[in-house]
Write a protein that binds this ligand. Structure first.
Ligand code: NAP
Length: 279
């Protein structure tokens, strides 16, 4: 079994650099998908209140028999719960659904700057962190102006910024800001939900290394210092996505992949995303 490296977050917490994402896995299938990922060797699960499948993650944690401290669990605050009291309440419901006393990482899912004051929401996360029930706190889909406000107006720096990143959206500026301030980049949709798989440059590099395009893309993330959690319900792909630590891309490969950037999103743009799903 390959060994997943860990990164150290800015508060000293260790995070496995590769995890398993459960976005779009139906609630009734989540337990089995997570158990399958555990069986392959994943020990890091990325869920969210809005995915409506925290229960399934909790069931898998229980049934796996794994020690709680051996699994890194992230969840994210629902968009409808940005008011500070609502955020704390929603966090507590997450702990119940996940059947755990703490999460390893709790994130604000979207800044929703047009609908709420994410600085107040962040202060609620600081309180949760202070209570010890989240080992680390961070943000997701935050742009530079959002991060700059947190830097000036709050006391705890986010441990991570979870954003869409893949070869067609390399997010150079946010990555540089993260490096400067010790905020780890977590890359969501790391293979662009499959959109990068037909890319000729990635296919050439994959052939050179006798690997799949998905593996080469995920390896690029790893060597660029991102945390990744590809989603798959297909066992062969779950295994393929885990086999990233016995080969290495050259500096030239990395530069060729960096050059594929087109600033092209597969998901919503945080600057215009202001949808509040039903609570
Ligand atoms: N913070 C946010 O706002 C946000 C937004 C989106 C996602 N995320 C997180 O990021 C995780 C991953 O992102 P994602 O699910 O959007 O996209 P992704 O991991 O880039 O792509 C998932 C899609 O690719 C397929 N796939 C997976 N591995 C493959 C492989 N080796 N070869 C070919 N196809 C493969 C999967 O199909 P099958 O399942 O059918 O195998 C699925 O259709 C999510 O699960 C979630 O945890 C966060």
């Amino acid at each position: 079994m390959s060994t997943v490296p860990h990164l150290t977050l800015n508060n000293g917490v260790e995070i496995p650099q590769l995890g398993f994402g459960v976005f779009q896995i139906p609630p009734e299938d989540t337990k089995d998908a997570v158990l399958q990922a555990f069986d392959v060797g994943y020990r890091h699960i990325d869920t969210a209140q809005s995915y409506r499948n925290e229960d399934g993650v909790g069931e898998a944690l229980r049934e796996s028999g794994l020690a709680r401290e051996d699994v890194f669990v992230t969840t994210k605050l629902n968009n409808g719960a940005h008011a500070p009291e609502a955020a704390v309440e929603a966090f507590e419901r997450s702990l119940e659904r996940l059947d755990t006393d703490y999460v390893d990482l709790f994130l604000i899912h979207w800044p929703l700057a047009m609908l709420s004051d994410f600085v107040d929401t962040w202060k609620a996360l600081e309180d949760i962190y202070g209570s010890g029930r989240a080992k680390a706190i961070g943000v997701s889909n935050f742009q530079l102006p959002h991060l700059r406000r947190l830097l000036v107006e709050t006391t705890i720096l986010p441990a991570v910024n979870q954003i869409e990143v893949h070869p067609y959206l390399t997010q150079r500026e946010l990555a540089a800001f993260g490096r400067e301030h010790g905020i780890v980049i977590e890359a969501w949709s790391p293979i662009g939900q499959g959109t990068v798989l037909d890319d000729p440059t990635l296919q050439r590099i994959a052939r050179d290394h006798d690997r799949s395009v998905a593996q080469v893309t995920l390896r690029w993330h790893v060597q660029r210092g991102h945390v990744v959690f590809p989603k798959s319900v297909t066992r062969s792909r779950v295994e393929e996505n885990f086999a990233l630590f016995d080969f290495e891309l050259s500096d030239e490969d990395l530069a060729d992949i960096d050059a594929l950037n087109r600033d092209e999103r597969t998901g919503p743009d945080p600057d215009t995303f202001d949808r509040v799903p039903p609570a």
